[in-house]
Design a binder for this molecule. Structure first.
Ligand code: ZN
Length: 417
């Protein structure tokens, strides 16, 4: 969470164009990591404490976040105390120590709340799109809204991705208007806090719109490519590649900032390198996962299961009109018993429909009728071609029926993935 630190540089550099490059928006929201995110990410975010529940969403704080919080307060306070800051047209004279600390704390709190607001708006848009939200995490590099599942359409992806930067732009506007009002009222403290909030949120919005996955801008890029090409896999690969490129630029930029004699901005350089490394890892994982063969669990549909005791007449009158598919898993208490196919049903005379039940007509479960959700899709396709049903029940490790795979559906999904 370095943007408070970046802001100090922003305020300082107003004094001389020579140091213009120190303006580096550092806070990021490395996107909305869905379940597919890698283990390294999970490890990275492991040590957290839960601080609140908002709209039922757990809000957690990474313990390293407190370190950055303290650092941010320290930097803002020492700058407010020691330097005259030129905030665009407003000149802020040095403040006394106590005020500097209080303003440092208020400003940092407001900035961190803004990051939370950014993540919350991703999360709320996710909820509006029907996606469950696992948690919101505030970590040293910014924030993260973790979704339980991936958005299922480019439109949903786009809306969830832009919700965060949109909130940041709004906070930024509020901050700048507040600073303007503070200046009119002659209150230095209001100007300082509001200006930092305005500028911080502007940086947050702009930086996160960089078109490299997993930043929000990369998500937007992915949604656009997904919409145009129809392939989420290609879209993810391209957006992830842009993310890798962007990370390398950040790392190179950081090294240059630290070493170039004109700048010697060690802290900014180091931070830029850290953020670059962090993003590079994330983007590389995304690209790798887009290359990996897809698994049955990724492409299966929900199981429209029927009870073994269901009368065929009721099945034909009540189930079939609602679900246009040529076979159905037969299960009781999530245990797969067999598959009922319309092909087999044709052999049953109409007069028998009122007497026969699903269990009488179904193909009893055997190894060619089900597959594990962690099996590769290619394997599933081979089994389906041979089993005479053209479909497969999907079983979790616990033995429970969790999905259903149909041939046409896999072909379509495979094109997509
Ligand atoms: Zn975001």
């Amino acid at each position: 969470m370095g943007f408070a630190l970046g802001l100090i540089e922003l305020a300082k550099e107003q004094r001389g164009l020579r140091r213009r490059l120190t303006l580096l928006p550092l806070a990021l929201c490395p996107g909305l990591l869905a379940l597919c995110s890698s283990m390294t990410f999970k490890d990275f975010f492991k040590r957290q404490i839960m601080v609140a529940r908002v709209y039922g969403i757990p809000v957690r704080i990474d313990y390293r976040w407190f370190l950055i919080f303290a650092l941010s307060v320290l930097l803002i306070a020492s700058n407010l105390h020691k330097s005259t800051l030129q905030l665009v047209t407003f000149r802020l004279p040095p403040t006394d120590v106590l005020s500097a600390w209080i303003l440092g704390i208020i400003t940092t709190l407001a900035l961190f709340l803004s990051v939370f607001g950014h993540e919350l708006s991703h999360a709320l848009m996710g909820l509006a799109e029907g996606i469950e939200i696992e948690e919101i995490v505030l970590h040293p590099f910014g924030g993260l809204a973790r979704l339980r599942t991936q958005p299922d359409s480019p439109r949903a992806e786009f809306r969830i991705a832009v919700a965060g930067p949109a909130a940041s732009f709004l906070f930024s506007l509020i901050g700048f208007v507040g600073a303007k009002l503070g200046a009119m009222a002659g209150s230095n403290s209001v100007v300082a806090v509001c200006f930092f909030v305005g500028a911080g949120n502007l940086l947050l919005a702009v930086f996160n719109l960089f078109p490299g996955y997993p930043l929000d801008g990369g998500r937007v890029l992915r949604a656009i490519i997904w919409k145009r090409s129809g392939s989420i896999r290609d879209a993810t690969r391209i957006a992830g590649f842009c993310g890798q490129l962007m990370s390398l630029v950040l790392i190179a930029f950081g090294v240059y900032m630290a070493l170039a004699p004109t700048f010697h901005a060690y802290f900014m350089g180091l931070w830029s390198v850290l953020v670059g490394v962090f993003l590079l890892g994330a983007a590389t994982n995304v690209v790798r996962s887009a290359r990996a063969p897809s698994l049955v669990g990724d492409v299966m549909g929900p199981p429209i299961a029927i009870e073994p005791d269901l009368l065929i007449s009721r099945f034909i009158d009540e189930v079939l009109p609602l679900h246009r598919q040529t076979s159905f898993p037969v299960a009781h208490d999530h245990r797969l018993l067999g598959i009922l196919s319309l092909e087999d049903l044709k052999k049953v005379p109409r007069s028998e429909w009122r007497n026969r039940r699903a269990r009488d007509v179904m193909r009893s479960v055997n190894s060619s009728l089900f597959i594990s959700e962690s099996a590769p899709v290619a394997t599933a396709r081979q089994v389906m071609q041979r089993n005479g049903v053209g479909a497969l029940a999907v079983i979790a490790d616990s033995g429970k029926l969790v999905g259903y795979l149909r041939r046409g559906r896999v072909a379509r999904n495979n094109k997509d993935s």
